[in-house]
Write a protein that binds this ligand. Structure first.
Ligand SMILES: Nc1ncnc2c1ncn2[C@@H]1O[C@H](COP(=O)(O)OP(=O)(O)OP(=O)(O)O)[C@@H](O)[C@H]1O
Ligand SMILES: [Mg+2]
Length: 495
């Protein structure tokens, strides 16, 4: 292609008008020509000088030189890898082959590279989105505000803690809205002081934030002031949500209280058994001597009647003491065939005279031909006692308690159903009644251990227990116990 002088002049003027580096170098790095932009940077003419000496103050060609690559590969080359190269007169980012007659005689070296810049931008974007991702995926809430209080960073966890969505926070929220009252001001004062982790820092500071609903959320705050040239430009805070930790702590405290209560109950039980034991002797004395008086003295009819009454009551007291002792006796699991009807009657006998039972009518529907069930009867006593006491408590001392026993038709099992006319068990409570320490009773009234104990005992008998409500609305507990124990068990326990 032939160019007129005029065109060549115009082109050169254009090249000179271009305010970026344009240098043509030979294969031995001698500068053959440079545009005005380059010439203006140097006092003397640059033509004839080695590019690496002039531009890079080096004695040898640069290691990362696009022109070197052009001369060896024959095609255009860029030297922007992952390294960042500053954009100035010294940077050689791209080189293009100059081929007047097919063979490469020179290379055009530029300090700009459009594809390389594109890469740079993509890289910048990638690292930006990585940083955004990093902040967003932080488990702690991250909130940054500029010095006017405008929120500039607000991550997902901050959103979870505060209830505000990100858009709202960024456009409408002020950092002062995040803390109750003068909270933000106090935190700034602490940040600026030396005392809370050094100037510009606040470490692990417990504070409340206000969420969207106006509720206080306890958090632990790590914050710092961001400075630019010594001036405060922003603050950044990391908010660690303390709700779960505090809840666990409270739960632990509650459990400790309940354990104490359970221990108290257990020692009360032991005390009761001890007292019962001690009552046995004086009761025996009363019975013995009343009988003696009755037998040995001539008494008027009225006195005989009174004495008989004393004797009856004393015998009754002795029976109660006996049952109580039987009940409280702690032994290792002892499985034998037992008549459950008798066990139920014994429990009722102990309970019926308690004041909570005064206005409770008990209805027994006990199958006469109930086969004996292999069981540890002490433990089953506890089961019946706990369920019946719960029923009495639910009925608040007034109502009807029904106990039914029967053999499950077609199965080797017996069932015991205990139902009451109380308010029943609410739907949301039902799944939890057998959990240890689950109680709906006020602090100090219930330990929540009753039914979990019951559950454990029934399980150890390979039985099942189910809680539900009857159609009148009261609670029903159904226990099913197998008639066959495992052979190895019955061998050892009954032998
Ligand atoms: N008959 C019932 N009617 C209604 N709710 C009941 C009945 N029986 C049990 N519950 C519910 O089940 C919960 C757990 O009972 P559980 O016997 O395990 O503990 P508790 O009675 O609260 O305490 P305690 O350890 O003193 O027995 C009770 O708090 C109550 O809410
Ligand atoms: Mg209970």
């Amino acid at each position: 292609m032939q160019r007129s002088d005029e065109e060549i002049r115009a082109l050169l003027a254009g090249v000179d008008a271009f305010s970026r580096k344009l240098v043509v170098v030979s294969p031995d790095y001698v500068i053959l020509g440079a545009n005005q932009f380059v010439q203006d940077r140097f006092k003397d003419s640059v033509v004839g000088k080695r590019c690496y000496e002039l531009l890079h103050q080096s004695d040898t060609p640069c290691t990362l030189c696009p022109a070197t690559q052009v001369f060896s590969s024959g095609s255009a080359a860029s030297v922007l890898g992952d390294e960042f190269v500053g954009l100035d007169i010294n940077s050689c980012l791209r080189a293009l082959p100059i081929q007047p007659e097919g063979e490469i005689k020179a290379a055009l070296v530029l300090d700009l590279d459009v594809p390389a810049l594109g890469g740079l931008e993509a890289q910048l974007q990638r690292s930006n989105s990585f940083l955004r991702n990093l902040i967003n995926s932080s488990v702690d809430g991250v909130i940054a505000a500029d010095k006017t209080g405008r929120i500039i960073v607000f991550n997902q966890a901050a959103s979870d803690i505060s209830g505000y969505d990100r858009q709202h926070a960024l456009y409408e929220l002020d950092i002062r809205d995040v803390y109750p009252g003068e909270g933000a001001k106090n935190i700034m004062a602490k940040l600026r002081s030396e005392e809370y982790g050094g100037k510009g820092k606040l470490k692990s500071y417990p504070v409340d934030v206000v969420n969207k609903n106006g509720d206080f959320v306890p958090i632990r705050l790590n914050a710092s002031i961001i400075y630019e040239n010594g001036h405060e430009v922003a603050t950044i805070g990391f908010f660690h949500d303390m709700r779960q930790a505090l809840e666990i702590r409270q739960e632990l405290h509650k459990t400790q209280v309940q354990l104490l209560q359970a221990e108290k109950m257990s020692s009360l039980g032991k005390l009761a058994a001890g007292v019962a034991h001690q009552l046995n002797n004086p009761l025996g004395g009363i019975i013995l001597f009343s009988q003696l008086i009755l037998e040995e003295y001539e008494l008027p009819e009225g006195a005989i009647q009174d004495l008989k009454r004393i004797l009856e009551d004393a015998q009754r007291s002795r029976d109660i003491v006996k049952e109580l002792l039987e009940f409280a006796r702690q032994t290792r699991q002892e499985v034998r065939p037992h008549d459950l009807n008798r066990a139920i009657s014994r429990t009722l006998f102990l309970l019926e005279n308690q004041s909570v039972f005064q206005n409770i009518v008990t209805k027994r529907n006990l199958a006469e031909d109930l086969p004996p069930v292999p069981a540890d009867i002490q433990q089953l006593n506890h089961v019946f006692m706990n369920i019946i006491l719960n029923a009495a408590e639910a009925m608040e001392g007034r109502g009807e308690l029904r106990i039914t026993t029967f053999k499950v038709p077609g199965r080797d099992k017996v069932a015991i159903e205990i139902s009451d006319t109380g308010p029943g068990i609410p739907e949301e409570v039902l799944p939890h009644v057998f959990e240890p320490f689950y109680t709906t009773k006020e602090q100090g009234k219930g330990t929540g251990l009753g039914l979990s104990l019951v559950y454990g005992i029934v399980e150890s008998h390979r039985g099942r227990i189910m809680a539900s409500n009857n159609h009148e609305g009261g609670a029903v507990f159904r226990i099913e116990l197998p008639l066959e124990q495992d052979s190895d068990q019955s061998d050892t326990d009954e032998g």
